[in-house]
Design a protein around this ligand. Structure first.
Ligand code: KG4
Ligand code: ZN
Length: 371
């Protein structure tokens, strides 16, 4: 049950985006994302220690902006016990100074709870958001709702709609590829997952082989859209016919590497065709496995979530297939596919008040948290 007009401040720092959102009873009042792409681009991937430092830098400005957009920021000088806050944020370099300055300047906003991603994700990054939430929870005396990032990617679909159960949910992001059977909200069974690289990771790593920048997904999608329909390159569809629902994408990456090394000349035409084939190989495997799972478990709905579902071609082909099989199809808008805190807040609304805790001291990051 949700209390009347419950307002949640949601925080997400599991990877390389610093995200804070304010949700009022399922309505999004603000949804601020500070992307670190430009920083990680130079290295071709996310470096956890570097990402954590960026979160430490960005959390307070993103909080201020998010509260301001939600019209919850009011200036008023405050007194506070700095020592306790410094203690909570001892491992978050530079963050306590920024937060103390902020808290001294503004009154407690009219919010009822704080939601924060506790896993899965990059552990140092998760801790930045968690410690920040602990400090706010302590200072503003608010309960915290710990949130699972994978569940939030699924719940990103609930922003405007309802789900008909049972449903087969495919979560495909930079860190995860999981096929999940949902019998109801909150009732999950993992049917299969990747044994090595995640689908997004495969986009990122193959893009890097081809000399494209990070993140690889959008780059590959762009190149693929410019490819002619000729089929000179044929890549494997790993585990497409296997009887289970597991995935494996590292072989695909190796196949791309061998093919690339064999070329004497790398033309734009080759890169475009290669990108189209990488994208299609990933889509073929994802669609076939998801549809087989849906049929076996008599699913009424197919749900997609995670950064890879920002891929237009993937959405189009899933749309066609689900139409043919007369299944409901849910996919988030692009801004809610990739990491954001609105999905964290929406998930928290569903879990309120069951999962809230006043005991913020016990909150821990869990890099391998399961749904
Ligand atoms: O969900 P997300 O923002 O972060 C994680 O939880 O990992 O997903 C990021 C992943 C990256 O691997 C990125 O390359 C991929 O999503 N991605 C895409 C597209 N946009 C982002 N993959 C394919 N096509 C896209 N258009
Ligand atoms: Zn994600």
């Amino acid at each position: 049950m949700i209390e009347d007009k419950m307002i949640i401040l949601a925080i997400e720092t599991s990877c390389d985006d610093t995200c804070i959102s304010v949700i009022k009873d399922f309505d999004i009042l603000s949804n601020v994302v500070s992307s670190q792409i430009e920083i990680h681009k130079k290295y071709g991937g996310v470096f956890p220690a570097l990402a954590k430092r960026e979160h430490q830098k960005n959390l307070v400005p993103v909080l201020r902006q998010s509260l301001k957009i939600a019209k919850l920021l009011k200036q008023e000088n405050q007194k506070l016990d700095e020592e306790e806050l410094k203690d909570i944020l001892a491992r978050e370099q530079g963050l306590s100074k920024k937060l103390i300055t902020f808290l001294k300047k503004y009154q407690k906003p009219k919010i009822d709870a704080i939601a924060v991603t506790v896993g899965p994700g990059l552990e140092p990054c998760l801790w930045a958001g968690i410690n920040f939430s602990k400090a706010l929870s302590h200072y503003w005396n608010l309960p915290v709702i710990p949130i699972n990032h994978i569940e939030a990617h699924i719940f990103a679909n609930l922003i405007n709609t309802e789900i008909k159960f049972p449903a087969a949910a495919l979560v495909v992001s930079g860190g995860h590829t999981q096929l999940i059977l949902m019998k109801a909200l909150g009732k999950y069974k993992i049917l299969g997952e990747t044994r090595d690289d995640a689908a997004g990771e495969c986009f990122d790593k193959t893009a890097r082989i081809l000399g494209l920048s990070y993140p690889g997904g959008p780059e590959i999608a762009k190149m693929a859209s410019e490819a002619k329909r000729q089929k000179n390159i044929k890549l494997p569809r790993p585990m497409i016919y296997s009887k289970n629902y597991d995935f494996s994408f590292s072989g695909l990456k190796t196949a791309v590497l061998y093919n690339f090394k064999k070329q004497t000349k790398i033309s734009k035409k080759y890169i475009r065709e290669m990108c189209a084939e990488i994208q299609q190989s990933i889509i073929d495997v994802l669609i076939r496995k998801t549809m087989r799972a849906a049929q076996e478990h008599k699913a009424k709905t197919i749900i997609l979530g995670g950064g890879v579902t920002a891929n237009k071609e993937l959405k189009k082909q899933f749309q066609e297939k689900t139409k043919e099989l007369k299944l409901e199809f849910l996919v988030p808008k692009t801004k809610f596919s990739t990491d954001n805190a609105a999905m964290i807040g929406i998930t928290a609304c569903h879990h309120w008040p069951k999962k809230k805790t006043k005991n913020w001291r016990n909150l821990k990051a869990n890099a391998n948290l399961r749904i």
